[in-house]
Design a protein around this ligand. Structure first.
Ligand SMILES: NC(=O)c1ccc[n+]([C@@H]2O[C@H](COP(=O)([O-])OP(=O)(O)OC[C@H]3O[C@@H](n4cnc5c(N)ncnc54)[C@H](O)[C@@H]3O)[C@@H](O)[C@H]2O)c1
Ligand SMILES: [Zn+2]
Ligand SMILES: [Zn+2]
Length: 345
C-alpha cells in the first residue's frame, strides 16, 4: 500500500507527495478513495488562501466530496467491512454540545470538516475516517455518485429548510452545482414547477436537462417581471437563492408568494446587503438559511439508489489524480463550462 496526497503549497501551487498510510483507530475505517469532487470552496482556498476567518496556513490538502472502498477496519468497527463502498460525510462533530444532542450537528461549533483549515481534506489515496461518518453505498450506486452525495446533501437541506412539498412552485436563483442539486432535490420533494434563473445559457441548458420546468436568463430578461408572468402574478411558494450574488439576494422578497418561504444558500462576498423587509412583512414571508446539511446522507444515498434522484448528470468533467493541478487550473479557467469536476484517484 502506498499513499500519496495532493498538497496545496501556496496560492495556485500544488504538488503530489508520498505520505504514510494511516492506521485506522478502534472506531475508524481505512478508505481507499476513488473519487473526489472539486468544490467551489476548494478552488477558493487555492486561489485566495482563505474563506472568511478560515485561513490556509502552510501546506494544505483540499477536497471534501469523496467516496471509496474500505481497505481495513479498526478493532471496534461493527457495521462496515473490507470491500464495502462508502461515501464519507466530511464534518466530524463533538457529539456532546447542545446542537449535536438536538440532532442539529451541522451547527456544532467544534466541527472538524475536511479541507476547512486547520483540517486537511481528502485528495489522497487512503484516509482513516470514523465509521459513523462513512455511509455504505448499495451495489447499484457507484463511488462517483457517492462523491456527489455531499453537494446533493446541500440541495436536500435547502429543500427541507424550505419545506418544499408536492405541487410547490419553486424559483431557484443560480444554476451552478448547488442550484442544480437543489433543483434535483426540489423535484424529489414533489415540486411540480421549478423555474431556474442564471446568467449563463449553458448552465440553464443543464437545468432544463435536469428537469426545470422553465429557465430564465437574467441577462436577457427582467427577472421580476418574468417570474411574475410565469406565476400568474402571485410569485413562487419557495424561492431558493443559490447564486450568492447581492443582486439575487435582493430579488428574493419580490419573487416570493404571500405566505411563501425564502431559503438563502449562496454566500455573498459582502456581509451586509440592503433588503426589502416591507415586502417580507406585507406578505408574511419566512426566511430560512442553510449551513451545509444534517442527517441527510442516508436519504441522499437511498434516493440515488432508488432512481428518485439522478446525480450523474451533474458531473461535466473528470480528471486523473496525477493531473490534479491541471484539473484545478481547468476549473479556474473554465468556470462557466464546469458544473462539477471530479478527480478519479
Ligand atoms: N450554505 C451552504 O452551506 C453552502 C454550501 C455550498 C455552497 N454554498 C454557496 O452556494 C453558492 C453556489 O455554489 P456553486 O458551487 O453552485 O457556485 P457557482 O458559482 O457554480 O454557481 C453560482 C451560479 O449563480 C449564477 N449567477 C451569478 N449571478 C447571477 C444573477 N445575477 N442571476 C442569476 N444567476 C446568477 C452564476 O452564473 C452561477 O451559475 C456559493 O455562494 C457557495 O459559496 C453554500
Ligand atoms: Zn462542497
Ligand atoms: Zn457538537
Amino acid at each position: 500500500m502506498e499513499n500519496r496526497a495532493v498538497y496545496m503549497t501556496g496560492l495556485n501551487k500544488m504538488e503530489i507527495r508520498e505520505i504514510e498510510v494511516p492506521i485506522p483507530k478502534e472506531k475508524e475505517v481505512l478508505v481507499k478513495l476513488e473519487y473526489v469532487g472539486i468544490c467551489g470552496s476548494d478552488v477558493h482556498y487555492l486561489e485566495h488562501g482563505r474563506i472568511g476567518d478560515f485561513i490556509v496556513n502552510g501546506d494544505f490538502i483540499l477536497g471534501h466530496e469523496c467516496a471509496g472502498t474500505i481497505a481495513a477496519v479498526g478493532s471496534g468497527v461493527k457495521n462496515l467491512k473490507v470491500g464495502d463502498k462508502v461515501a464519507l460525510e466530511p464534518g466530524c462533530t463533538c457529539g456532546q454540545c447542545e446542537f449535536c444532542k438536538t440532532g442539529r450537528y451541522n451547527l456544532c461549533p467544534d466541527v472538524e470538516f475536511l479541507a476547512t483549515p486547520p483540517y486537511d481534506g481528502c485528495l489522497m489515496n487512503y484516509i482513516a475516517f470514523p465509521e459513523n461518518m462513512a455511509f455504505k453505498l448499495p451495489d447499484n450506486v457507484s463511488t462517483k455518485e457517492g462523491a456527489l452525495v455531499e453537494p446533493l446533501a446541500v440541495g436536500l437541506h435547502a429543500a427541507a429548510q424550505g419545506g418544499v412539498k408536492l405541487g410547490d412552485k419553486v424559483v431557484i436563483l443560480g444554476a451552478g452545482c448547488i442550484g442544480l442539486v437543489t433543483l434535483l432535490a426540489c423535484k424529489a420533494f414533489g415540486a411540480t414547477n421549478v423555474i431556474v434563473v442564471d446568467v449563463i445559457e449553458k448552465r440553464l441548458e443543464y437545468a432544463k436537462k435536469l428537469g426545470a420546468s422553465c429557465v430564465v436568463n437574467a441577462k436577457n430578461e427582467n427577472v421580476l417581471d418574468k417570474i411574475a408572468e410565469l406565476t400568474g402574478g402571485n410569485g413562487a411558494d419557495k424561492v431558493i437563492e443559490t447564486a450568492g450574488s447581492e443582486i439575487t439576494i435582493k430579488q428574493t422578497p419580490y419573487l416570493a408568494k404571500r405566505g411563501g418561504t425564502i431559503v438563502l444558500v449562496g454566500l455573498a462576498s459582502k456581509d451586509i446587503i440592503e433588503f426589502d423587509f416591507m415586502q417580507i412583512m406585507a406578505k408574511e414571508v419566512e426566511i430560512k438559511s442553510v449551513f451545509r446539511y444534517r442527517n441527510l446522507y442516508p436519504a441522499a444515498i437511498g434516493a440515488i439508489a432508488d432512481g428518485k434522484i439522478d446525480v450523474s448528470g451533474i458531473v461535466t468533467h473528470e480528471f486523473d489524480f496525477k493531473d490534479s493541478k491541471k484539473a484545478f487550473d481547468f476549473v479556474i479557467e473554465n468556470k462557466n463550462d464546469v458544473v462539477k469536476a471530479v478527480i478519479k484517484i
